[in-house]
Design a protein around this ligand. Structure first.
Ligand SMILES: [Zn+2]
Length: 108
């Protein structure tokens, strides 16, 4: 992940200025962008499901992050995401969502 930050700086793109949104999903937080096929630690991580706060990016980016499918206005597309934090319980996640006005919460 370090190299991506440096890359962004060179290109003058600040992460904060990319179109983005926070959502809550139940998933296996990926260890890195290589995914379960390319990385042992990702394979281990794929066994555990957690409630995660995700930051998704709506621009194309450089696809150096894991991707998640998001539905907006009836059409689905893949977007890069970062895991910002993990929640212990559904209640904790819902509380965070209401405190922070997060619209897209899926705990299924
Ligand atoms: Zn990995």
């Amino acid at each position: 992940m370090k190299c991506i930050r440096i890359h962004s700086k060179i290109m003058g793109i600040s992460e904060e200025h990319r179109p983005q949104e926070e959502i809550i999903r139940v998933l296996s937080p990926p260890h890195c962008a290589r995914g379960p096929k390319g990385c042992d630690k990702c394979r281990e991580a794929a066994k555990i499901k957690e409630i995660c706060l995700l930051r998704i990016f709506f621009d194309g980016g450089m696809i150096a992050r894991p991707m998640i499918e998001i539905e907006r206005d009836g059409s689905k597309s893949l977007h890069e995401f970062d895991v910002l934090r993990r929640f212990e319980t559904a209640d904790e996640a819902l509380q965070y969502a209401s405190d922070n006005n997060i619209q897209d919460v899926d705990l299924s």
